[in-house]
Each structure stands twice: as C-alpha cells, then as structure tokens.
Ligand binder design. Structure first.
Ligand SMILES: Nc1ncnc2c1ncn2[C@@H]1O[C@H](COP(=O)(O)OP(=O)(O)O)[C@@H](O)[C@H]1O
Ligand SMILES: [Mg+2]
Length: 244
C-alpha cells in the first residue's frame, strides 16, 4: 500500500497549520518524522486519519493512487491505516478486550477466530510486559501514560495495519518503557510488516530503532529529508540549524 501526501495544506480553527507537506510512504518502509513542538506533526497525522477538526485546504492524500480525503476515519482504517495518538482518550465502560475485538471486527468485516485472538492478546501482553490486570479494565481508564501507549501498540499488533502512524510513542514513558515500546514496534514490524511513520521530537526512542528515512518538519513544512545521519545532526545542533 502506498500512501502519498501531496503538497498538503490544512488549517485548524481558521489558522493555517500545514503549509504544503509532501511525503511518500510504502508498506515495509520505516519513516521518522521529527520536528519541534508546534511544528504541525500531530496535525499531519490527524489529517491522514481524517480527524474532523483538521480542515484540508489544498493538496491531496492518496492511497494507491486514490484520494482518501472524502473518506471517514473508519473507512481509512479499513484500507489499512492505523494511528497511535499522542494523547489517547479514556473510554469508560468499554472493556479493553471488547474494545480490541470490536475494532478488529470493524476493520476486518469478518468474524474473528476467538482462540487466535485471545492467544495473540496473551503473547502481546507478555512481550509488552503489560500488567495483566490492566487488560481486564476499561480502555485507558486509570492507565498510566506508559500503559496507554502499550495499549495502543497492542491494538496495532492485533489489527495488523498496512501503514501505521505512531505519534510520539515515547511521550510520558520512562527509559525502561521506551525500550520495551521500541522493541515491540520493531517486533510487530518484523512479524506483520506495516509501513511505519514514527513521529517524535526527541531522538531517544530512535536509539532502539532503525528507520530508513528521516523527515524534519518546521512551521508546517517538511524542510529536510534524509537518512539516520539527520537524527545525529539534530542531536548535535538542534532544529535551528536544519534547513535546505
Ligand atoms: N485544536 C487546536 N486549536 C488551535 N490550534 C491548534 C490546535 N491543535 C493544534 N493547534 C496548533 O497547531 C500548531 C501545530 O500543532 P501540532 O500539530 O500539535 O504540532 P506538533 O505535533 O508538531 O507539536 C500549533 O501552533 C498548535 O498550537
Ligand atoms: Mg504532536
């Protein structure tokens, strides 16, 4: 599956946030999007998933050559797009396992094999070093920042998207959790091969990952594309020195 973002312009509440973003991402590729706070990274992720608060004012988002701009978020999920939110919301009264089951059913549009499903949850809970009690609770209710991120990684493992956008999978995590989350993202990528767009403003999670392409966003534009050496450059000189 090929995701193409072409000269995308978008605004939130009448304020222009994305000023012409272009990016191509294929299944199996591993991209990282870096940039300082407020540069528009989350807005780009939301635009790709069809968040109603983000108004597209120019350009296009294509999946395998077809525009997805008119599609609802659930239709985009059915195509195989997945997003891990920077700040996941809490949903009271929805059990975590039931949530996973209904999201899998809605994306796949077929009845699921319960044994496979439960086995997959069990093995992912172990891989993620996830507190087993958490799985019995309501989705994200009383979850720590780290547990919320792990819950979303678990969801990605179960849904097997073709392209996953992970918005700050490291935010709010301590060093041990960052390592676990990174290792699990790597493992899921090896097992299911989703194309990845990992968004982060710190390079610390990237110590455990091997991205192929690195993009830097400033003021709603991608100002530089490169490989991992770009991460080192940012680490050394900050975002100020990056320009094309
Ligand atoms: N709901 C909102 N209402 C108004 N402005 C917003 C909203 N969400 C984001 N913005 C603005 O959009 C810009 C980009 O934000 P965001 O995409 O969250 O950046 P990043 O994820 O790179 O930190 C910022 O200037 C931010 O203040
Ligand atoms: Mg953000």
């Amino acid at each position: 599956m090929l995701l193409e973002i072409k000269d995308l312009k978008a605004e939130i509440g009448g304020k222009s946030i994305l000023n012409g973003v272009s990016l191509k991402l294929d299944t199996n590729e591993f991209h990282v999007l870096m940039g300082p706070n407020g540069s528009g990274k989350t807005t780009l992720a939301k635009a790709i998933m069809g968040h109603p608060g983000v108004k597209i004012t120019g350009g296009d988002i294509l999946v395998d050559g077809k525009s997805i701009i008119g599609l609802t978020p659930d239709k985009r999920a059915k195509l195989g797009l997945f997003m891990l939110f920077q700040n996941p919301s809490e949903i009271d009264g929805v059990g975590f396992v039931n949530f996973l089951r209904s999201s899998l059913e809605s994306v796949n549009e077929q009845t699921i094999n319960m044994k496979e499903f439960m086995d997959s949850i069990k093995s992912n809970v172990e891989h993620l070093n996830f507190d087993k009690n958490v799985v019995g609770r309501s989705l994200n209710k009383g979850f720590s920042g780290g547990e919320k991120k792990k819950a979303e990684i678990l969801q990605m493992a179960i849904l097997k998207p073709k392209i996953a956008i992970l918005d700050e999978p490291d935010s709010g995590l301590d060093v041990d959790a960052i390592k676990i989350v990174a290792e699990n993202i790597n493992r899921i990528r090896e097992e299911n091969g989703p194309g990845l767009l990992v968004i982060t403003h710190y390079s610390r999670i990237l110590k455990y990952m091997k991205p192929e392409y690195v993009h830097v966003m400033l003021n709603g534009k991608i100002v530089k594309d490169g490989g991992v050496s770009l991460i080192e450059e940012i680490e050394k000189s900050g975002y100020d020195k990056i320009s094309d």
